[in-house]
Design a protein around this ligand. Structure first.
Ligand SMILES: [Ca+2]
Ligand SMILES: [Ca+2]
Ligand SMILES: [Ca+2]
Length: 295
């Protein structure tokens, strides 16, 4: 068999390298980014719309990360928007804040899950326009649009077009900006706030020192928003399995979606079994100690 000409070998090698790099980049855009036990969705740093400023302003969201232990879920958001929101007298409740954080375990797109009241959501911003009375975890959730009452975008297509035409790069974190998971067109179709839901749990706010102590590090991804907001809740208030989580600004001036999954909370009977197992082992060890003493 004739050896392949050098130029062809070189071409094959180059193509292989190119495909490998391409595959890695593709993977980066779609697969979970795990670091120190946290699953990160890093957003575009140039798609927050703050008045005429595209990128880096008060409405720039940088990322969201989720960590779990057997019983607890931890959430952290890195952004330039404070938990108090941005004061704006023309907007509902006098500020433009975070909308609510939705979790969709149904495998359906957002609007279908919404129509089936199968969404879960966390209200973490006390001053936002959520229809549920307090912060916490909610099940059987339906969502509403508050972009209209917060000087916001009419739909995602309008937002994406505006960002791109101003030199920014629109992104939805783990999803592409135009991903059909969210409705893209129509009038006031960004569903970013809880309309109805049943409260199933509380959230506990966590400061940056606590988050850092359990391994959070947004700077690893060059996410350098001035605000890091963190909280935890009992995983028993949500299902296990794969989900899409997302949140928008109330004005829809930025948004992030994260693809993740929760492991099932251990059954009490399994825990009991483990304790019994430990006890038996403990008794065995104690017996052996006594025996060795006697012996
Ligand atoms: Ca962003
Ligand atoms: Ca508001
Ligand atoms: Ca975004």
């Amino acid at each position: 068999m004739n050896a392949l000409p050098k130029t062809i070998i070189h071409w094959i090698y180059s193509a292989t390298v190119f495909c490998t790099i391409f595959a890695v980049q593709q993977q980066k855009a779609t697969a979970a980014v795990l670091y120190n036990g946290w699953n990160y969705a890093i957003d575009s740093f140039s798609d927050g719309v703050t008045g005429a400023q595209i990128g880096g302003g008060e409405f720039e969201f940088y990322g969201i990360a989720v960590k779990e232990t057997s019983n607890t879920a931890f959430i952290a958001i890195n952004s330039n928007l404070s938990l108090a929101g941005s004061a704006n007298p023309l907007s509902q409740r006098g500020n433009i804040n975070y909308g609510d954080l939705f979790f969709n375990f149904s495998g359906q797109n957002f609007n279908t899950a919404n129509a089936n009241s199968s969404l879960f959501a966390v209200r973490f911003a006390e001053e936002n326009d959520s229809s549920v009375p307090t912060t916490g975890v909610y099940s059987n959730v339906t969502a509403k649009n508050v972009a209209r009452s917060n000087s916001g975008f009419m739909n995602l297509n309008q937002y994406n077009t505006m960002v791109a035409s101003s030199g920014g790069t629109p992104s939805m974190g783990d999803l592409a900006a135009t991903d059909p998971y969210f409705e893209q067109t129509g009038n006031w179709t960004v569903l970013n706030s809880i309309a109805t839901g049943t409260k199933v749990g509380e959230i506990n706010f966590l400061n940056l020192a606590t988050l850092t102590a359990i391994g959070l590090d947004f700077s690893q991804f060059n996410a350098v928003g001035s605000q890091t907001i963190g909280f935890s809740f009992d995983k028993s208030s949500m299902p296990s399995g794969s989900y899409v989580a997302n949140f928008f600004a109330e004005c829809a001036n930025d948004a992030i979606a994260l693809q993740g999954s929760f492991e099932a909370v251990p059954e009490p009977s399994t825990l009991f079994g483990t304790f019994v197992g430990f006890s038996i082992l403990g008794i065995g060890a104690a017996k052996r100690r006594v025996k060795s003493k006697v012996g």
